[in-house]
Design a protein around this ligand. Structure first.
Ligand SMILES: Cc1ncc(COP(=O)(O)O)c(C=O)c1O
Length: 292
C-alpha cells in the first residue's frame, strides 16, 4: 500500500580515517521524500493492518520535531486514512506551528497537545480510554512507530546482500528498527545499534521486542551506548564538525539526532580498532532529514 519512490542502494565510503574497515551505507533515506528510511518500513504493515481491520484513522504520539509524526501524516494520507497526532507540550497549542508540525497539518493531521506529565501516561489504560472517548475508533501506532508489525517491516531492510556483511549497524531510538535488522540477519554477521539517547535500558527493550516477535532469540547483536552526545536531540561542536566534514567528503546527508551519531560512532570505533582488520561494515541510513 505504501509505495517506494526509489529503491535503496549501497554506497561505499572511502575514507583513510576508517583504517582497515570497509564501510558502506545503505541509503534507505532515498526511498520516499517524506516517509524516509526506517519510517517507511515501520509504517508499511501498520497501515495495511489498519485498513484490514476497517479503521479509517491512525492515531500516534510524538514530540514537536518528531520524524515519526512527520512520516505518519503522509503515510496516512497516502493510504486514504485520517491521522491524529498526540503532541508532547501543551504550550505549543497557541504558538505558530514549526516546520514539522506545519507539514503534518498540511497532510491533514489533527493535533492534540498535551502536557508532559500526561504524555508520560500515554500508554496507560486510563489515557487510552480518554483518547477513545475523545476521538472514537482509531488504529493506534505507538510512539516512534515501534511495535511487532514495525519489527516485521524493518526485517525487510535486510536483503541477501546485507546478510553478507560482518556488521550491520543502525541508530536506535525506541529499538524497533534494530530489532528488525537483528531478525532480518537470521543469525548471520553481527548487528550493532547506536543509541541516540542515554540508553542503558535499550538492550532490555530490544530483547523484549525480539521476544514478542517470537522465534529464536538471536545473540549476534549489541547496543552501543556511548555516542549519545548528552542525550536525545543533544549535540556538540565535535559532532557538528564531523557531520560537515563527512557530508562534504561523501555526499551523504546526515541528521544530528540519529544518523550523525551513528556515523560518528562508527568512525570512532574504526579508529580505536574495535572492528577486526578488513571487516565489512554496513550502516543503514534511516532517513530523518526533515528535521535538519
Ligand atoms: C532517522 C531515524 N533514525 C533512527 C530512528 C530510531 O529508530 P527506532 O525508534 O526504531 O529505534 C528514528 C526514529 O524512528 C529515526 O527517525
Amino acid at each position: 500500500m505504501l509505495k517506494k519512490h526509489r529503491e535503496p542502494f549501497i554506497q561505499p565510503v572511502y575514507d583513510p580515517l576508517l583504517k582497515n574497515v570497509e564501510l558502506h551505507v545503505k541509503r534507505e533515506d532515498v526511498i520516499h521524500p517524506y516517509i524516509s528510511g526506517n519510517k517507511w518500513y515501520k509504517l508499511k504493515y501498520n497501515v495495511q493492518e489498519a485498513r484490514r481491520l476497517g479503521y479509517d484513522t491512525l492515531l500516534t504520539f510524538g514530540g514537536a520535531y518528531s520524524n515519526h509524526i512527520h512520516a505518519t501524516s503522509m503515510a496516512a494520507k497516502e493510504a486514504g486514512l485520517r491521522s491524529i497526532g498526540i503532541i508532547r507540550g501543551e504550550e505549543l497549542e497557541n504558538k505558530p506551528l514549526n516546520k514539522t508540525l506545519a507539514f503534518a497539518r498540511q497532510q491533514g493531521m489533527q493535533f492534540e497537545f498535551i502536557d508532559r506529565s500526561a504524555y508520560r501516561e500515554k500508554n496507560t489504560n486510563e489515557f487510552q480510554q480518554f483518547l477513545r472517548q475523545r476521538f472514537g475508533q482509531f488504529y493506534l501506532v505507538p510512539e516512534g512507530g515501534t511495535n511487532n508489525l514495525a519489527v516485521t517491516g524493518c526485517m525487510e531492510i535486510v536483503n541477501e546482500e546485507a546478510r553478507r556483511y560482518d556488521f550491520v549497524c543502525c541508530s536506535v531510538g525506541t529499538g524497533g528498527t534494530v530489532a528488525g535488522l537483528i531478525k532480518g540477519m537470521q543469525g548471520m554477521g553481527h548487528v550493532l545499534g547506536f543509541a541516540a539517547l542515554k540508553g542503558d535500558f535499550l538492550k532490555d527493550e530490544v530483547k523484549k521486542l525480539l521476544q514478542n516477535h517470537g522465534g529464536t532469540a538471536p545473540t549476534n547483536w549489541d547496543i552501543i551506548t556511548h555516542y549519545h552526545f548528552g542525550g536525545y536531540a543533544k549535540k556538540d561542536l565535535e559532532l557538528q564538525e564531523f557531520m560537515e566534514a563527512f557530508e562534504l567528503a561523501h555526499s551523504i546527508p546526515l541528521d544530528p539526532i540519529y544518523t550523525g551519531k551513528l556515523l560518528y560512532g562508527l568512525f570512532d570505533l574504526a579508529q580505536k580498532g574495535f572492528f577486526p582488520r578488513g571487516s565489512r561494515v554496513l550502516a543503514v541510513h534511516s532517513g530523518g532529514l526533515q528535521g535538519k
